[in-house]
Design a protein around this ligand. Structure first.
Ligand code: NDP
Length: 485
């Protein structure tokens, strides 16, 4: 696939494309071919300083003066422009990240939908009047936070960016974005789309670069007012500490080790299909990956047989050929995932299939879907996020045991229950420690549904109307009136 419609590869600051002060660049690669796709400007403190200043200035410019309905109209325009460029965006994402083209297309549709959804919300965000008696008028005002920072990972680069950017802009904030150095291209294309749509300078700014340089400079910057971080627990902790130095609010969307609980009365074909989907989508590189299967002992053999057959049938190849699974994002990610596989084997888990690269592909960061059976709840593979196509299967005897195993991890992002028993489904939905619980489906992930973690999966909610609370602060105004006569 040729690289038509490549966006500019500088930083987008104050409405202009600029190169790094240092003149340095870094390469972004195609993980399916290991070829260099583009050289991108490598920013650091100097570029973050400029971007934060531009975003601050934009707050007092035309954007800051705009009525909410105009913010909404602008977001709607962005949604339409994303849709108009959907083909280019999806191709860029597939080339940069490796994901199958149809998945990239779905994520681009999701990005457009975020802007559409929050466009409709922009003029419906308001405070309330709180009665305090005849001579008092008390009301609240919901104000933007100001300059919002968005540190974005590589697994769903455009979609995750849109997830926080759209509500931040709908509430009148401005933004500085730091894409992952592994996948910067769609954030740059989005900046180009904003410029094309007539965005005022400084409303969004993109600084490319490495996490330890540009990311750390942004997280620790005294003049940002809010930080959204999506990525690993380890980096989330670092970012939160940096923000704590200046008492900045953060939304942390971190990892997961999400369980699918499959009871003997479940529709097994449905549960198998959703389990395959939950671990193969994006090659398992999803915070929401369904990486733990908890299966009632009596159906284990039948379940494993069906599951293994479905996993073995998955088509693997370059994302541009639209297989079921593309490559992992990088050589580093392959070695992280295979490291987890080796630990699982050394601890005695039984590998049913996978564990190695597919023999028909000689280049690219490919790995076969991998299934472990006989996994005990305290094993490494049952506790740690792998972020690859590796599924671990543990059996349980009854509902109480299923719940105990499901909750006994440090994460709490998503959980799913497969059963025909409505009482059990609802009981578990209330008791599972997770930000989202699904019953007889896995991760439909619509934009209207509040999403976020409990425990070390993070805090704060994105998606849905809940996200609007993250990007506004409440001011209370109390007025004492002189009574007449
Ligand atoms: P990171 O958490 O390190 O990266 C996420 C984002 O943070 C990237 O934009 C990264 O930039 C940036 N970043 C890195 N270091 C810093 C820092 N010190 N200050 C500010 N920003 C920083 O993820 P990795 O790419 O290293 O992946 C490691 C593991 O993280 C994965 O194996 C997976 O388990 C998990 N992960 C989870 C995600 C999720 O959605 N929950 C998403 C991505 C990863 P850059 O990429 O340029 O270094």
């Amino acid at each position: 696939m040729e690289l038509a419609n490549m966006p500019p590869t500088g930083h987008f600051i104050g409405g202009k494309w600029v190169e790094s002060a240092s003149g340095q660049q870094f390469e972004t690669m195609n993980p399916a071919t290991e070829e260099v796709l583009a050289k991108v400007a490598r920013g650091g403190m100097a570029e973050v300083e400029q971007a934060v200043a531009a975003a601050r200035q934009a707050l007092s410019g035309p954007w800051g003066m705009m009525p909410p309905k105009e913010h909404g109209r602008f977001l709607h325009t962005i949604s339409q422009h994303i849709t108009a460029h959907a083909g280019e965006l999806a191709r860029l994402e597939t080339l940069d990240n490796g994901k199958p083209l149809s998945l990239a297309e779905e994520e681009v549709r999701g990005a457009a939908r975020y802007f559409e959804y929050y466009a409709g919300a922009a003029d419906k965000i308001h405070g309330e009047q709180i009665p305090l008696g005849p001579n008092r008028l008390n009301f609240t005002v919901r104000e933007p936070m100001g300059v919002t920072a968005h540190i974005v990972p590589w697994n769903k680069p455009l979609n995750i960016l849109a997830r926080s950017l759209a509500p931040a802009l709908a509430t009148g904030n401005t933004a500085v974005i730091k894409p992952s150095e592994l996948t910067p291209l769609t954030a740059l294309k989005l900046a180009e789309i904003f410029a094309e749509a007539g965005c005022a300078p400084g409303v969004i700014n993109v600084v490319n670069g490495f996490g330890e340089e540009a990311g750390a400079a942004l997280a620790g910057h005294t003049a940002i007012d809010h930080l959204t971080f999506t990525g690993s627990v380890q980096t989330g902790r670092t970012v939160m500490k940096a923000a704590a130095e200046h008492i900045k609010p953060v939304v942390l969307e971190l990892g997961g080790k999400s369980p699918l609980l499959v009871f003997a009365d479940a529709d097994l074909d449905l549960a198998v299909a959703e389990a395959v989907n939950g671990i193969s989508t994006n090659c398992g590189q999803m915070c929401s990956a369904g990486s733990r299967l908890l299966v009632e002992s009596s159906i284990k053999e039948a379940f494993v047989a069906k599951l293994a057959a479905r996993l073995a049938a998955l088509r693997i190849g370059p994302g541009v050929d639209d297989p079921d699974m593309g490559p992992l994002v990088s050589a580093v990610q392959v070695s992280r995932v295979t490291g987890h596989i080796e630990i699982a084997q050394s601890e005695g888990a039984r590998m049913v299939l996978g564990g190695k690269r597919p023999s028909h592909l000689s280049r690219g960061y490919f790995l076969l879907p991998t299934l472990f059976d006989g996994v005990l709840p305290d094993m490494h593979i049952a506790q740690e996020e792998v972020f690859g196509p590796v599924l671990s299967l543990t059996t349980f005897a009854d509902e109480a045991e299923a719940l105990r195993i499901a909750n006994d991890v440090k994460y709490g992002l998503i959980a799913a229950v497969f059963t025909q028993n409505i009482d059990r489904a609802l009981r578990l939905a209330l008791r599972l420690q997770a930000g989202q619980v699904f019953v007889n489906e896995y991760y439909t992930g619509d934009e209207e549904m509040p999403f976020g973690g409990t425990k070390q999966s993070g805090f704060g909610r994105l998606k849905g109307l809940a996200a609007l609370d993250e990007y506004t602060q409440v001011k209370n105004v109390a007025v004492r009136m002189k009574g007449e006569g």
